[in-house]
Ligand binder design. Sequence first.
Ligand code: AMP
Length: 215
Amino acid sequence: MKIILLGAPGAGKGTVAKLLTEMDGSVQISTGDILRAAVKEGSALGREAKGYMDRGDLVPDELIMKIMEVRLQQPDCRKGFILDGFPRTIPQAEALNILLETLNIQLDSVVNLEVPTDVILDRLTTRRTCANPECQEIYNIKSNPPTADGKCKKCGTPVVQRDDETEAAIMNRLDTYNKKTSPLIGFYESRGLLKNFLSLSSKDTVAQIGKTLSR
Ligand code: AMP
């Protein structure tokens, strides 16, 4: 499948994307994961992106498009891809249209995960992430806790609250989503690509998406 996953921060895009990759071997492309790995590495990209990310602001469109131009041409994308966290602005969506046309790639669908705001806030403040960049397993201190001493169940690395998951950064990310990213819903709806899913449980949502896309 070749799809874009839309949804507010905390809507569960990462979890849903991971489960979707298991359906047909498509790759998950998360700009957030790529940027976090670059920050960890201390590369030029990471140094440039870190300040924006810590505040919960968007990284400039030009930087993101440079990443995506390279990423979408890698051979593992031929089987299919799930874009998780990209595009985030109308200029990114417009640039993506041009890039896909140049690469002769056609999108199947744009999947929008709808989650009530109170559920999103609760999820974001209770979320913890494995600090190992190779793993990055996501936990929730209420519904899916790590080990009793706060370690990842998969790799044993301590789990942490991301810098952009402090309350101030979360409020900024949600505000940024409402102003800059939510207009993409109309953008893709008017192009006949949008499919909405009320998403309270990632597993149920993935089953629904699978059914809808295979029709
Ligand atoms: P995420 O894990 O998708 O929530 O992304 C974490 C952070 O990375 C965001 O708050 C932004 O600072 C940055 N980021 C990720 N994807 C993008 C994008 N497509 N455009 C701009 N900034 C992005």
